[in-house]
Design a protein around this ligand. Sequence first.
Ligand code: SF4
Length: 218
Amino acid sequence: MNARSATPAAKRPSRKGTQSADVLPKIRSLGALAEAEEECTRCPLYRFATQVVPGEGKSRARIMLVGEQPGDKEDIAGRPFVGPAGRLLDDAIVAAGLERKELFITNAVKHFKFEQRGKRRLHKKPNPYEIERCRIWLDIERLLVRPQIIVAMGATAIRSVTGRAMTIAKLRGRLHPLADGAQMIATIHPSYLLRIRQDPDWPAQQKLFVRDLKLARR
Ligand code: SF4
């Protein structure tokens, strides 16, 4: 069996359009989920990261934000979106009239993937196999939290939420119904705003990101 055929994709979709029906009976709380994630060896990323970074926030949040994967700071803190991209996200949340404590914030991939360059650890994009292997944890978060709106921030999050590779440009600005009854809003990952901070287009891109979060609030 090759690596790709070992993914749970072959078993999908289950009744709710997720891949977690067999695991869920054993995981009935976010605390139990975090413990299970800590033991995860479903892909090689656990070997190199400091720790797993579970989702956090309101246990019955109406809105769930999904990013790509923890960054360097998140890997050390064990919490999602606490680094520079997290600060940009916090600002946008406030600008959209939302409160972080009312949301559930998580990532598609729960361990930090990086390339070591001297003392620095440079972010590396998770590959489709890693996204698919980690998807089970996002599915269980969705089943436990039951958000009405899922904001998928970036292509990796879109792939994990929908199970399909789609571009942000095609999906942006509208609600997309999901199999479990929630609706998805696709937007950029806040790290994109970090990368273009010196760019003249930054204010327009920031405004669009806030607009997407406002759509989630409405
Ligand atoms: S990245 Fe996800 S699938 Fe891979 S080991 Fe970590 S928790 Fe498990």
